[in-house]
Design a protein around this ligand. Structure first.
Ligand SMILES: Cc1ncc(COP(=O)(O)O)c(C=O)c1O
Length: 435
């Protein structure tokens, strides 16, 4: 097992997770008909949507589940004894079980509903540093993090008088893990109390070597937080097999609704951690002089949850399972290789991230010689191609590359080779227009 990625077929020798695994799903490869599952894609035939790293489109199954919940099951959860409220509670808790099953968590007690990755990482940064960190300690993150996995740790370091230390990165968007040896040699490794890294970089698409990092952390008893916002949509994830202690992701990037998200954490850590927000049903007992907390996972779920969002998120994970996570991955990977070939063939285009197309997923960040990325994105929009331009909430990473911004095309299974042809044609059009 590598990087927490499930093997394609049981009994197959371990291979590079991103290369030679044969498709074992007897239904065979997924074709372009997968687009029919996405009403927005079907109703916008002239749109080439290449911004799925920002948010994914939603399959019909998710829209139906949310609609059905509000039409048939809506009531507050965990509070009332009448039938409707029990149905709502069941819908919420069944959604938790779906996530538990999807991530291969040890129990439903390890699954916390949040509003998204950012909220999940704020929860973890606050609670873990309250539990573990004192003045002079070190919080370890990478130089390539999304601000959501950077600023909460930076602010926690300020609060605790701790130091934020960055794992450096190379110009190709990969991490310099030799830095971990330097931390050992100069004695700083002993001061590291928490580490947090992205599984896949949203800025460059790099798949980081999570198993290597988690091994290093495990040997030292350092809890590792994985920002899985960009990996859940692209890789089958077994949470425990990553070796991490926590992971956070957003529902809206994985075909679910906005306002939904998950923190998975190992129960032994969650038990010890203090709640982040207080109030509502997260209590066990409240007296003027003190309060005590509910059991896991409710200790971390203050206030009325977004039940419909949880139901929608579970429907999205079920849609992935039923469609076939392997088939989705294989389809995407084929398209990624096509995109890589197409983009690297364009003169005057600098593609960021690893040169090895097998060490990257989903994201193609690029710049065109002499043209600002905003101009590129605007030109592409006129050609019907929706991409993102900017620093992608990763200013430290951009600074490291010595660039203010990139244009970023990001893929999902509803994209086709025709989308990529259109992207390449529009890029060449932009080069001619701005020449
Ligand atoms: C790697 C990564 N982490 C965190 C986030 C934040 O996700 P959200 O805005 O859904 O909280 C994103 C969003 O783009 C991301 O790509």
């Amino acid at each position: 097992m590598t990087d927490g990625i499930l093997p394609r077929t049981s009994g197959t020798p371990a291979t590079d997770p991103l290369t030679t695994r044969p498709l074992s799903d007897s239904r065979g490869p997924l074709g372009d008909e997968i687009r029919n599952d996405f009403p927005l894609i079907v109703s916008h035939p002239d749109l080439t949507y290449l911004d799925s790293a920002a948010t994914s489109q939603k399959p019909e199954a998710v829209l139906t589940a949310i609609d059905r919940y509000y039409r048939q099951d809506n009531a507050n959860v965990h509070r009332s004894l009448y039938d409707l409220a029990e149905r709502s509670t069941l819908a919420f808790e069944n959604s938790r079980r779906t996530v538990e099953y999807y991530l291969n968590a040890a129990s439903h007690r390890e699954i916390i509903f949040t509003r998204g990755t950012t909220e999940g990482l704020n929860l973890l940064a606050w609670s873990l540093t309250e539990l573990l960190v004192k003045e002079g300690d070190i919080l370890l993150v990478s130089a390539l993090e999304h601000h959501s996995n950077f600023v909460p740790w930076q602010q926690a370091a300020f609060r605790k008088g701790a130091e934020l230390v960055l794992i450096p990165a190379f110009k190709d968007g990969t991490l310099d893990l030799d830095f971990l040896k330097i931390l050992e040699t100069d004695g700083r490794a002993d001061r590291v109390k928490v580490a947090a890294v992205a599984h896949i970089s949203n800025a460059f698409g790099t798949v980081h070597p999570v198993r290597a990092i988690s091994r290093w952390c495990r040997e030292r008893g350092i809890p590792l937080v994985l920002d899985a916002a960009q990996s859940l949509p692209h890789l089958p994830i077994d949470a425990r097999a990553t070796g991490a202690d926590f992971l956070a992701f957003s529902g809206h990037k994985v075909y679910g609704p906005m306002g939904s998200g998950i923190v998975w954490g190992r129960e032994e850590w969650l038990e010890k951690m203090p709640p982040w927000q207080t109030g509502g049903e997260m209590i066990s007992m409240v007296k003027p002089e003190k309060s005590t907390w509910s059991e896991l996972p409710y200790k971390f779920e203050a206030g009325t949850p977004d039940v419909a969002a949880a139901v929608g998120l579970a429907a999205a994970l079920n849609w992935m399972r039923e469609t076939g996570v392997e088939r989705l991955e294989a389809r995407e990977h084929k398209l990624e290789r096509y995109t890589y070939e197409k983009l690297t063939a364009i003169e005057g285009l600098t593609l960021y991230g690893p040169a090895d197309p097998y060490r990257r997923r989903g994201v193609f960040s690029f710049n065109l010689d002499g043209i600002h990325s905003h101009d590129v994105a605007q030109y592409l929009d006129k050609a019907g191609v929706a991409i993102r331009s900017g620093h992608h909430c990763a200013q430290p990473a951009m600074r490291l590359m010595g660039i203010p911004s990139t244009a970023r095309a990001s893929l999902a299974p509803y994209n086709t080779q025709a989308d990529i042809d259109r992207l390449a044609k529009a890029i060449i059009g932009a080069q001619e227009y701005f020449r």
